[in-house]
Design a protein around this ligand. Structure first.
Ligand code: FCB
Length: 450
């Protein structure tokens, strides 16, 4: 097999999420999400912005789908805003809210673009946040109910379903480090949230399966391959801990129905006691037969464990500061190949998709209005080559979604980081494809790296 080219059935798309692009946060019966509240808190968002307007995708979705078609996209991954479709978190569906997604899906299908739905990309209804959010075990049932209702409404047309986007971020950034909504800074809360997110994944998978038999379903994990800075024992130990907390704590439950045993003592220590929030039967519920695993890949982690001469512990993840994106993330395409091989060999998912990959770079329109984002093209080329390498080595990789279709609200960074293949002028809402969008269009057409 010649893997210089992507197979004809390899799926190329782009991804977004509801809160990052939709705007229209207080129309047609949508209730507040924990992100609306978080944005109101002083100092939470770097540029003091919020999601009220964002990319106005709620108003402009038809044009956006037409743009996707012009760019040859074969699939579009987006998320449903739970507070838009079920404003009380549980109970009745908001017809106006669901109608928006029905129209979006119909528009996509009409354009020949496969809709991929993420059920949870972080905009939890504030009413559920007030009841403890992901710390309250009841939420797992609410999430299953929400899933069941969404599949009942959209499952005739949407064939690809993702339960959660990036459980590590939900738990760690939201409940442990306080960088994301709801902004808690408590280690034990972080582990509890992670547990409930994974448990709700299991229940949602069951809800999807019992509703219809013709759906493809799975979860999206943000995985970062770790490398020890040296062979020294402390560096190796730092690597084990990083990989255990970042990757295996999520992969093992959903694929093996178990927790990584080497991590349990440290997690108990952080939690100040036994993991009493893990009930018997939970782990086997988390392990459901998935049709695919989605991986969001941005960078790698280099781990160092030894103390320096001053007795200071260096940060766990040190980045090689040679080639960084505007996020400060190292460009590390080899990490993608390594990660795909590792996941394939260790967990044997039925299929793998890269559900997010991309880079923030700030190239703006030049005098002629053109956006020469050569750095993004370079980034994308390298990661496309890394995928071809993985395919050559036998990885069952079926598709790739670029993050992101549009410049958008980048969470705690606000609008300062631009991940889009399409430039958004936030004043006029004008969209301008960057050079990289045309490059991607040609890749999709030609199947070889332009
Ligand atoms: C991922 C998120 C996505 C976006 C990218 C840059 O962690 O899933 O919403 O913010 O990072």
């Amino acid at each position: 097999m010649n893997w210089k080219a992507f197979p004809q059935d390899f799926l190329f798309g782009a991804a977004t999420s509801s809160f990052q692009i939709e705007g229209a946060t207080d129309v047609d019966g949508r209730s507040a999400s924990i992100w609306d509240q978080f944005c109101l808190e002083e100092g939470r968002i770097a540029d003091g912005s919020d999601g009220r307007r964002a990319c106005e995708h709620y108003l402009r979705y038809r044009d956006d789908v037409a743009l996707m078609k012009r760019l040859n996209l074969q699939a579009y991954r987006f998320s449903l805003a739970w507070p838009r479709v079920m404003p009380r978190g549980t109970g009745p569906i908001n017809e106006k809210g669901i109608t928006f997604y029905e129209r979006l899906v119909d528009e996509l299908l009409g354009a020949g673009i496969e809709p991929w739905v993420t059920l949870y990309h972080w905009d939890l209804p504030a009413v559920l946040g007030e009841r403890g959010g992901w710390l309250n075990r009841d939420i797992t049932q609410h999430f299953a109910e929400y899933t069941e209702k969404m599949v009942a409404r959209l499952g005739d047309r949407v064939k690809h379903w993702i339960t959660h986007n990036e459980p590590w971020c939900i738990a760690t950034l939201g409940y442990r480090k306080g960088e994301h909504a709801p902004g808690l800074k408590d280690p034990r809360s972080g582990w509890i949230a992670a547990h409930h997110v994974l448990l709700s994944h299991g229940l949602a998978m069951q809800a999807i399966r019992s509703a219809r038999s013709d759906l493809q379903a799975g979860i999206v994990l943000n995985l970062t391959p770790g490398y020890a800075a040296s062979d020294s024992l402390p560096d190796q130990e730092a690597l084990r801990r990083f990989d255990g907390g970042f990757n295996r704590w999520y992969l093992d439950p959903v694929f093996k129905g178990s927790l990584p045993s080497d991590m349990i003592a440290e997690v108990e220590e952080e939690c100040g006691g036994a993991l009493d929030f893990v009930h018997s039967g939970d782990l086997s519920l988390m392990r459901q037969d998935m049709d695919f695993l989605g991986i969001n890949y941005y960078s790698r982690g280099i781990l160092r464990g030894a103390e320096d001469a001053a007795g200071q512990k260096p940060p766990q993840v040190i980045l090689d500061p040679v080639d960084l994106t505007d996020m400060g993330w190292e460009v590390a395409p080899q990490g993608l190949t390594d990660l795909l091989l590792l996941v394939q060999n260790e967990y044997q998912p039925k299929a793998l998709y890269i559900t997010e990959n991309g880079a923030a770079y700030d190239e703006a329109p030049d005098a002629s209005g053109r956006i020469r984002d050569d750095r993004r093209i370079r980034y994308l080329k390298k990661h496309a080559a890394a995928m071809l390498e993985a395919l050559e080595q036998g990885v069952n990789l079926k598709g790739y979604f670029q993050w992101s279709l549009l410049d958008n609200f980048e969470w705690a960074y606000g609008y300062q980081k631009r991940f889009g293949m399409v430039w958004v002028d936030y004043e006029t809402q004008e969209r301008t494809p960057k050079d990289s969008a045309y490059w991607y269009r040609d890749l999709i057409q030609q199947r070889i790296i332009p």
